[in-house]
Write a protein that binds this ligand. Structure first.
Ligand SMILES: NC(=O)c1ccc[n+]([C@@H]2O[C@H](COP(=O)([O-])OP(=O)(O)OC[C@H]3O[C@@H](n4cnc5c(N)ncnc54)[C@H](OP(=O)(O)O)[C@@H]3O)[C@@H](O)[C@H]2O)c1
Length: 252
């Protein structure tokens, strides 16, 4: 299937590795241009050399308002429009209600919710010139069923979904599609780091709870997101889509 992504341009944030990079790779594979971002230059340079001439990067910490302003200004200085945004950020730290200080809540608010708010604000004027503008938020399966010891993710990502579902009603009449994806366990550095903080049997425990009995590979995530961002997904709007190997057992 031709996803009709050739020569379109996408901003993919938090993308020097992991899920963000998998989305950037899938978009490039379909002939799109991508703008990556991350906090560190070296991994971004490595990612761009892997992706080739269709990729460029801006160093930006999406938890910081001034960095998002700089990121959008950089894009606007060289482009009249972009066609889509994959809004992604690093994951908030582990912690329970007892263990998390108030500062951790504010940091997670900036990282998880405000990055999404600011990126959405930032791209709207760039998207309005596109023939098929689209936004996709990366959230987590934690919005469907809370994950123990991930209180900040469980709490703040729910706000991102509330925002997505509301903004979908506001942007839909302007032809801008917006959706969110909920990855379950896709094997990345983040998942490896989280597992390293648990018992040695943690990976086996998680895989036993997934009906497909394995974690996903980033290559199983990126193309799905590229499709959702593409004109081929033109009637998918305001949706929360799971990619979790069946990990979420609920009916809805
Ligand atoms: N993998 C999964 O199964 C899974 C499941 C549910 C949800 N998620 C969520 O999906 C997101 C991506 O996860 P991942 O597995 O791809 O993580 P990852 O492998 O740790 O990659 C994170 C990427 O984001 C960048 N990044 C981190 N903090 C950033 C910030 N403040 N501003 C800009 N870039 C930042 C990192 O580069 P720098 O460190 O250089 O900035 C890196 O490129 C996280 O929020 C994670 O919690 C992942």
């Amino acid at each position: 299937m031709d996803m009709q992504l050739a020569d379109k341009t996408f901003l993919v944030t938090a993308s020097s590795r992991g899920l963000g990079l998998s989305v950037a790779q899938a978009l490039v594979n379909e002939g799109a241009d991508v703008i990556l971002c991350g906090r560190n230059k070296e991994p971004l340079e490595k990612a761009v050399s892997k992706l080739g001439a269709r990729a460029e990067y801006v160093v930006a910490d999406v938890s910081k308002k001034e960095d998002i302003i700089h990121l959008i200004d950089q894009i606007r200085s060289s482009r009249h429009q972009i066609d889509g945004l994959f809004a992604n950020a690093g994951g908030p730290p582990l912690g329970t209600f007892d263990s998390l200080p108030e500062d951790a809540w504010y940091n997670a608010f900036e990282l998880t919710l405000m990055s999404t708010v600011r990126l959405t604000h930032g791209v709207l004027s760039l998207l309005k010139h596109s023939a098929s503008p689209s936004i996709l938020y990366n959230t987590s399966i934690s919005v469907k069923q809370p994950i123990d010891n991930l209180l900040l993710s469980n709490s703040l990502r729910a706000a991102v979904v509330g925002m997505m579902r509301t903004v979908a009603n506001e942007l839909g009449p302007h032809g801008i599609r917006i959706n969110a994806v909920c990855p379950g366990y896709i094997y990345t550095q983040r998942v490896e780091d989280l597992m390293a903080q648990g018992p040695p049997s943690r990976k086996e425990q998680i895989e036993a709870a997934i009906p497909l009995r394995r974690m996903g590979h980033p290559d199983e995530f990126g193309p799905f997101c590229a499709f959702l961002l593409s004109p081929r997904a033109s009637y998918i709007h305001g949706a929360l889509l799971l990619i979790d190997g069946g990990f979420h057992k609920g009916m809805m």
